[in-house]
Unconditional design. Sequence first.
Length: 164
Amino acid sequence: MTSGSPAPTTKPGCGICAIIDRIKAGSFRDFIAELNSCYVILGDQQLYRGYCVLLAKIHATELYLMPADSSRLLFDEMRLVADAIAAVVKPWKMNYECLGNSEPHVHWHLLPRYETDEMRRGPIWLRPESERKVILDENDRRALIGSIRIQLAARFHDARIPPG
Ligand SMILES: [Zn+2]
């Protein structure tokens, strides 16, 4: 790398960096918005309607290995994304999880939880994945993404939020 060139933001072999590359190429269908610190995507387990994942733009394997300012910005943006999701789906409770055991690139799961869920007192991961992985029908998926984008646009004035 020549001096003065920007640091690479994606790392070969990282599954989350691969998703970020697809977002940048315009080929990731569940992309919702690009914020200053992260990308917001719709999660693939819509049993928890409104479930989104925030992917840090910086490839870091741990929060404490991120530059402090970057991790604070990510936290501030996560808080507002949670507020935006809640405005759409009105959850009983919002769960925030930063795990990274499967994909060690900092990302936050924002999981709306509902009173109708008999397993609501525990983390979602106790439920079999086959039950969690609810795929919305296309019209519903687009409508949900559209509603979240409207709420994000009201909170992030400098974000890249595609129309619709
Ligand atoms: Zn990565």
